[in-house]
Design a binder for this molecule. Structure first.
Ligand SMILES: [Zn+2]
Length: 114
């Protein structure tokens, strides 16, 4: 067996993954850092999307060309929740701002009442 952090041969029990505590800690810290970075990136995208919706929707409701949102860097893959209403219309929300894709590449932006 080799240590999954440093690659050194492990002496002793065959179920050990690390040669010592330092390697175990180094490995776990790296894993945590990766997931922290991932969360930070997702949060940044959501924050940017939120800011764009907020800027475009000043009157509670706005119909905007999708290309304009693309131009501002809006990322349609990132939202916090999906709401499907009884009539079948589907809104993607980023916190309290939501949007629905309309015909002809328009987007309807709304703000949740709650
Ligand atoms: Zn090691």
């Amino acid at each position: 067996m080799e240590c999954i952090e440093c690659g050194e041969k492990i002496i002793g029990r065959s179920d050990k993954k690390f040669c010592n505590d330092a390697c175990r800690n180094a490995y776990n810290n790296k894993q945590n850092k990766d997931s922290t970075n991932l969360m930070r990136n997702v949060n940044n995208r959501l924050r940017k999307n939120y800011r764009i919706l907020m800027e475009l929707n000043t009157d509670g409701k706005a119909k905007i060309a999708k290309s304009r949102m693309d131009g501002l860097g809006f990322d349609f893959d990132y939202f916090t929740n999906l709401k499907v209403y009884k009539n079948g219309s589907e809104y993607r929300f980023i916190y309290d701002y939501g949007y629905k894709l309309l015909e002809e590449d328009f987007v309807l932006i709304v703000k949740s009442q709650s």
